[in-house]
Design a protein around this ligand. Structure first.
Ligand code: PDD
Length: 286
């Protein structure tokens, strides 16, 4: 079935949606994005995604094409038009199309390009992968230095996923100066005893919206949270490991670089946090 997508103010069948070959997103990866999950036809943590989007735009001195309330309406309209029960909505805003290729930004009044589309994923919440857990390898983190901005330059994460695939595993965790930064498209955590350890916020990682919620729920559940860099050695000796993202929620990691973590199956803390996250975020979904 053809999707209805949104491009620069219009709802169109996906085959009719077009952007210019001079679009700076296409030529320079000069654009930002958000992925918001949909459960029971409702948006999970839209407010968090909207806030991070505003920050990404402002860090790049890029104009927002509309207000965040208008964006919420577009999200909801696309969910309705495409009858999405479970899945994701992808949103991308670029600096727009200049009249030619030029490294220098186009005039400030160049309209930004905005594109949104839905991805239907029945079974996203009740994902069987969460019951077996995922396996990861570690790779060198070769991304640029402003990973806190959610830009569309995803070539290295994409190469990382391919390295994982070639190694017969599910994903890769990236390592810089001896410490894990994050997964290719998710934040990374280890658990030791009653303590959850995850990289502190900074320019080195994306400030995950799921991360913020999960750390809040963890504290409420009397777990200790340490936000600091952790090494591969620590991770290999951990009791549990997991990742978080808008599309994976909380996903247990059962193997790193061929070594089983803890009992080599999803641990109780990751499993419980997944349940709490899904339950609590669905309660306040919009
Ligand atoms: N990825 N770190 C990176 C590098 C990411 O790309 C993502 C999200 C996250 C998790 O952020 P959040 O919890 O806000 O989804 C962390 C999205 C899902 C993607 O690119 O598809």
């Amino acid at each position: 079935m053809s999707r209805t997508v949104y491009v620069n103010g219009e709802y169109l069948p996906e085959a009719e949606a077009k952007v210019s070959i001079f679009d700076r997103g296409f030529l320079f990866a000069d654009g930002v994005y958000e992925v918001t999950s949909v459960l029971n036809g409702k948006l999970i943590d839209f407010a968090g995604h909207a806030k991070r989007l505003e920050r990404s735009l402002s860090e790049l001195d890029m104009a927002a094409p509309c207000t965040m309330d208008e964006l919420l309406d577009v999200h909801r309209e696309l969910v309705a038009l495409n009858q999405i029960d479970e899945g994701m909505i992808y949103l991308q805003i670029t600096r727009g199309a200049a009249t030619d290729r030029d490294f220098v930004f186009p005039p400030a009044d160049t309209p930004p390009t905005i594109v949104l589309f839905t991805q239907s994923k029945p079974g996203l919440a009740d994902n069987p992968v969460a019951k077996r857990g995922i396996k990861v390898i570690t790779i060198e983190d070769q991304r640029w230095g402003r990973r806190d901005i959610k830009t569309v330059q995803l070539l290295y994460p994409s190469l990382g996923k391919m390295m994982a695939k070639a190694a017969g595993v599910d994903d890769a965790w990236m390592v810089e100066d001896g410490a894990i930064t994050e997964g290719t498209s998710n934040n990374a955590y280890i658990v030791k005893g009653n303590t959850i350890i995850t990289r502190n916020l900074g320019n080195e990682i994306l400030h995950g919206i799921t991360r913020a919620a999960v750390l809040r729920f963890a504290t409420e559940a009397q777990l200790k949270v340490e936000e600091r860099p952790f090494t591969l050695e620590e991770a290999l000796a951990a009791d549990e490991a997991f990742i978080t993202s808008a599309s994976a929620f909380v996903m247990p990691v059962v193997e790193i670089d061929g070594t089983a973590i803890g009992a080599g199956k999803p641990g109780p803390i990751a499993t419980r946090l997944r349940e709490i996250y899904l339950e609590e975020s669905m309660k306040v979904a919009v």
